[in-house]
Design a protein. Structure first.
Length: 568
């Protein structure tokens, strides 16, 4: 009852397709229906006449074979040679087989069907290889059924060529015997040759009969063939009425089961405590993993159940073989599935809410699922990666003050290779810097981090070394430091940089080989970062101006050569 209702429901869905299937065959017309005539009536009458002629020929062949069998039996009784008796018995066996074949051909032509279909079914011997591959048997039989016409036609063509060759050979044999009889004058030899004539005549008639039967079967198959378009239309119509319909129902069943179970599990999940937590607890994760596995199992079960209900053993066996193949493959990937399950349950080496380094960048793990979401909270980047990318990695808890990236977009940095520029773009793959003048330079993100970026956008310090001559040794650690400090401060104020200046110090650095080295230490606010190089050059200029103002000597490296005078 349920099956009948289900078919009615599907008939409504597939009404448009069914409508095209029930169109009348184009081979008939209204006039043929009224008169009872068929367009192939003349061809059928010709085939009947040919069949009668073939039956008469086969009947004559049977009489000849029976006569030859009787003659061979008499010879078996008369001969005294064991070797000749064995040969005669073999010939009798062949003649019996030929007679049985002629009778089968007679029945086949008379009935118009293959009488072998009504033969008793043979008991197959047990073969463990066939038992192992028994699930593939329905699929193989289906392929053989689909190609039975083509294979039978090929077989008949091969038989036709075979019998043509035999007919030519047997005709040559009979002609050779007749030629020898006409040429010989020996009565005994002529008698022996004439004894061969009936046998070879029978063989030639039998081969001609087989040739005609094979040719007739091949012509019958060709006459019954339909055009490619018509046969394709019939095949497609049959497919959508049977196997195509079952596949459609199986697909609909799988989709229905998946959506229904997902809706059911989502509804049940909302009733479990901890559902709305930022990082889901273990029992929620275990429930989600169970729901995925259960949904997969039930969708596969629905697929197999549809094929079982409609008793389509071909699709059912192919589905089972496919699932067995998946199971065999899963045996080798089971450790991966186990590792994925641990990660999804948040009990693996990588866990939600912890810090992980991926492709050289630190990330915070936001959520772990079949696809994992990572976030860098400092620069606002988010990426999605498959869960397999987490294999072999480890996350850790982090302190809120830990750095996540050395800079943000629109900040200024100095790299260890000497590059100084404005960060105009940051992404997981590259970092782009704009240098003064508008030129842009792009780094791989991992390479950028490897160059130890110095971020100037918070605050930065300039340390400008400067040397004076040893002639000012007395004032170098006191008066000169004070004057240099005042002079630098005053000139920075004049240039408008005092608002960004946080601290300024002038200190004695060291006594060099040819100069007394001072160092000007200036701390600036981050907003002065775009003027980093300009301020450095300006301080150097101010120092030179101070030396000019106070008549301080600026030394240059000197080379002293000491010579020893030798006595004359």
């Amino acid at each position: 009852m349920k099956y009948s209702l289900f078919k009615k429901f599907l008939a409504i869905i597939l009404f448009s397709l069914f409508f095209t299937w029930f169109q009348p065959c184009p081979g008939f017309c209204a006039q043929d229906v009224q008169t009872g005539a068929h367009p192939d009536a003349g061809t059928a009458m010709d085939r009947d006449k040919t069949s009668i002629d073939m039956l008469l020929s086969i009947s004559a062949l049977e009489k000849t074979l029976k006569r030859r069998i009787a003659e061979k039996k008499k010879l078996v009784l008369k001969t005294g040679s064991e070797t000749q008796k064995k040969e005669l018995i073999m010939e009798l066996k062949q003649l019996d087989e030929q007679l049985n074949g002629a009778r089968s051909d007679f029945e086949r032509i008379a009935t118009g069907i293959d009488t072998g279909l009504f033969s008793g079914k043979k008991d197959d011997k047990f073969d463990w290889k066939k038992e192992v591959l028994s699930l593939l048997e329905p699929g193989i039989k289906e392929i053989k059924r689909m190609t039975v016409t083509a294979r039978k036609k090929t077989k008949l063509r091969d038989e036709l060529e075979y019998y043509k060759n035999l007919a030519a050979i047997s005709h040559n044999a009979s002609r050779n015997i007749a030629g020898l009889i006409a040429k010989t004058s020996n009565p005994e030899l002529k008698k022996d040759l004439e004894a061969l004539v009936p046998e070879w005549k029978s063989i030639e008639d039998q081969i001609q009969s087989k040739l005609q039967v094979t040719r007739m079967q091949l012509e019958t198959m060709k006459a019954g063939e339909k055009s490619l378009i018509e046969s394709s239309r019939i095949s497609i119509k049959k497919f959508f009425r049977t196997r195509g319909l079952y596949l459609f129902l199986a697909l609909v069943s799988c989709i229905f089961v998946i959506f229904f179970l997902r809706f059911l599990f989502n509804f049940l999940k909302k009733m479990i405590p901890g559902y709305n937590a930022e990082y889901k607890p273990f029992h929620i994760r275990a429930f989600e993993l169970f729901s995925r596995i259960f949904t997969l199992i039930m969708s596969v079960f629905a697929l197999i159940l549809v094929f079982y209900i409609f008793e389509d053993w071909v699709l059912l066996s192919l589905s089972i073989v496919f699932l067995m193949g998946l199971g065999w493959a899963a045996k080798h990937t089971l450790p991966r599935f186990w590792q994925q399950s641990r990660l999804m349950l948040n009990i693996g080496a990588v866990r939600e809410g912890e810090r992980i380094v991926y492709q050289g960048i630190p990330w915070m793990v936001k959520s772990i699922n079949l696809f994992t979401y990572l976030e860098n909270p400092y620069i606002g980047l988010n990426i999605r990666i498959p869960i397999e990318e987490l294999f072999g990695k480890t996350s850790r808890a982090f302190h809120p003050d830990e750095p996540w990236f050395p800079c943000r977009k629109d900040e200024w940095v100095v790299l260890s290779d000497g590059t100084w520029g404005h960060v105009t773009g940051i992404c997981p793959e590259t970092v782009e810097l704009m240098m003064t003048g508008g030129a842009k330079k792009t780094y791989q993100t991992a390479d950028f981090l490897g160059l130890s970026p110095l971020n100037l956008s918070a605050n930065f310090r300039l340390k400008i070394p400067f040397g004076i001559g040893y002639d000012h040794q007395k004032e170098a650690t006191g008066e000169i430091l004070e004057k240099m400090h005042s002079f630098v401060r005053t000139n920075l104020d004049k240039q408008g940089y005092s608002k960004g200046l946080l601290n300024l110090r002038v200190e004695f650095n060291e006594a060099g080989a040819s100069s007394l080295d001072l160092v000007i230490i200036a701390d600036f606010k981050g907003e002065m970062a775009p003027l980093y190089r300009r301020i450095s050059r300006l301080i150097q200029k101010i120092c030179v101006d101070a030396c000019t103002e106070y008549n301080w000597d600026i030394p240059f490296p000197q080379l002293s050569v000491h010579t020893k005078l030798l006595p004359s």
